[in-house]
Design a protein around this ligand. Sequence first.
Ligand code: ATP
Ligand code: MG
Length: 422
Amino acid sequence: MTIPSVRGMKDILPPTSARWAALETAFREHATRFGFSEIRTPVLEKTELFARSVGETTDIVEKEMYTFSDRSGESLTMRPEGTAPVVRALQANRAALGEWPVRLFYVGPMFRHERPQKGRLRQFHQFGAELFGTDSPFADAEILTFLHGFLKETGLSGVFLEINSLGDPACRPAYHRKLSDFLSSREDRLCDDCRRRRERNPLRVLDCKAEGCMRATADAPSALDSLCDPCRAHFESVEGVLRDSGIPFTRNPRMVRGLDYYRRTAFEFVIPGMGAQNTVAAGGRYDGLAEILGGRERIPAIGFAIGVERFLMLLGEEEYRAPAPDVFLVTAGSRFLPEAFRWKMTLIGMGIRTEVDYDGRSVKGQFRRAGRAGARFVVVFGEEEAGRGGVTFRDMAAGVQEELSKDEAIRRLTRRDDTREE
Ligand code: ATP
Ligand code: MG
């Protein structure tokens, strides 16, 4: 019996692994252009970090965290998201990170004990970016432009930006009360979870994916109608900059955050028709988080996270094919293997992808493999050629074959390499 992987945690195989690497490189470059620097925080954090920040009443803390006591009895949690760790690290290393604004991005695995399904895993990955130290609406617009640009650059089409404002401590309580009253009038139509949520965190009822709840709350009061003047002005400024920048968006007053520390701007990039897993990237402003984490300093902040698996799912899959060798070295008998092996290592050192059969297949069999693998050239080490100090050199595409000196063969391979179109 072999050992299966943990439920909801996947191996990332080629060629997907190569797509991951390429996507990460693209994200790093894009982030760097926008003046963001990478931060790498530990996968494990003290449970308290998420209990305080993500909020005891969210799905994540209520039922999705991988929490355990380590060998010294300390409660640790595998990070379910990247923002709280980044803020913790920022507070701990404030001086080292220089003047405001501070721009940080991250790339890495997150862990949530959810029911695995398409686009929903227990170990998944996020690219994220956070902009700290300014509450200007231009910061919100910068983050949205960054994200919009990245999604566009990677060729993802059909993504829509939805934005909302969640208000702030001045106007949110009144909206909560309004929403809560509305929800009590619909109580009998809500699911069990939402009946509980209604009191402690009514916003989350709007986020429930159950059909019944969605219908029952279709005409719920809108957060946008309850904004105080400063929050309204901020929201309208963000919309104005987006329009100026030619970034299309729609308002979605039902969009809320599962996380408690968000303020004002909330946004998602969604793909219609993807069911409940239709959000590729999500984010918002979270000016309240630093204080929740015990910092003396108020740190205005806005950021986003992209779900990498969902993103790749939307970009589409390809079937795996090992990279085609540039040259396949065919040996007429095992006595040529040591020389072919030396060639292989030399050529690889020169950046030329080289394949050799180690397993004693016939010359015909080796040619077949070279063809199947898509090799551009075949070099044959055979008795007769060896007698004359040469090798047979075949250009597979042209179907042309000739005998060359070894030096000339190497020259051809390396010269061809220079002109190879990538
Ligand atoms: P959802 O409503 O889909 O559960 P969420 O609100 O829990 O999402 P966030 O905490 O905002 O998600 O995380 C940002 C992004 O990370 C999501 O938009 C999604 O693309 C991705 N994501 C979240 N949870 C998972 C998961 N379990 N598996 C794969 N991707 C996920
Ligand atoms: Mg979730």
